[in-house]
Design a protein. Structure first.
Length: 127
C-alpha cells in the first residue's frame, strides 16, 4: 500500500496546527580575533511548534530547572547547517523579545514534521 498522499495530507494538517513563528539560523564562519561567528537568520519566519517537555526537566544545582524544548518544523523547512532557532511569535502572539534556542544535534524527521531538540539561550550568549 502506498500512503504517500495520506502522509502529505497529515503533514499539511500538522503544519496548519503549528501556532508559533520562528526564523531558522545558521552559524557563519568565524573571522578576525573573535572566536565566535555570527548567526544569520532567514528573513521570512515559518510556522513552528514550541513544546516544553516536562519529562526532560533536570537540575543543574541552581534554583532554576533546565527544561528540554522540542520545536516542530514543517517538512518543507531547509535544515542545512541549522544551529539556532529564533521564536518570534508564541500562540499567535508576537513576543516583545524573541526567544533564541540552540539546536542540539540533528533534527529528527517524523511522519509529519521535523523535531528539533533545543536549549534556550539567554544572557550574553544570545547573538
Amino acid at each position: 500500500m502506498d500512503f504517500t498522499e495520506e502522509l502529505r495530507k497529515a503533514s499539511e494538517e500538522v503544519a496548519g496546527m503549528m501556532m508559533d513563528l520562528c526564523q531558522l539560523g545558521r552559524q557563519g564562519e568565524a573571522s578576525g580575533p573573535e572566536p565566535t561567528a555570527a548567526v544569520s537568520y532567514d528573513t521570512e519566519p515559518i510556522a513552528c511548534g514550541v513544546s516544553e517537555n516536562p519529562g526532560d526537566e533536570v537540575s543543574d544545582g541552581s534554583q532554576a530547572p533546565l527544561i528540554g524544548i522540542v520545536i516542530r518544523l514543517p517538512l518543507t523547512a531547509s535544515l542545512k547547517d541549522l544551529s539556532r532557532i529564533r521564536v518570534t511569535t508564541r500562540l499567535w502572539e508576537d513576543l516583545s523579545k524573541p526567544e533564541i534556542y540552540a539546536v542540539l544535534g540533528v533534527p529528527v524527521r517524523g511522519f509529519t514534521c521535523y523535531m528539533a531538540r533545543c536549549e534556550r539561550i539567554t544572557g550574553e550568549s544570545v547573538k
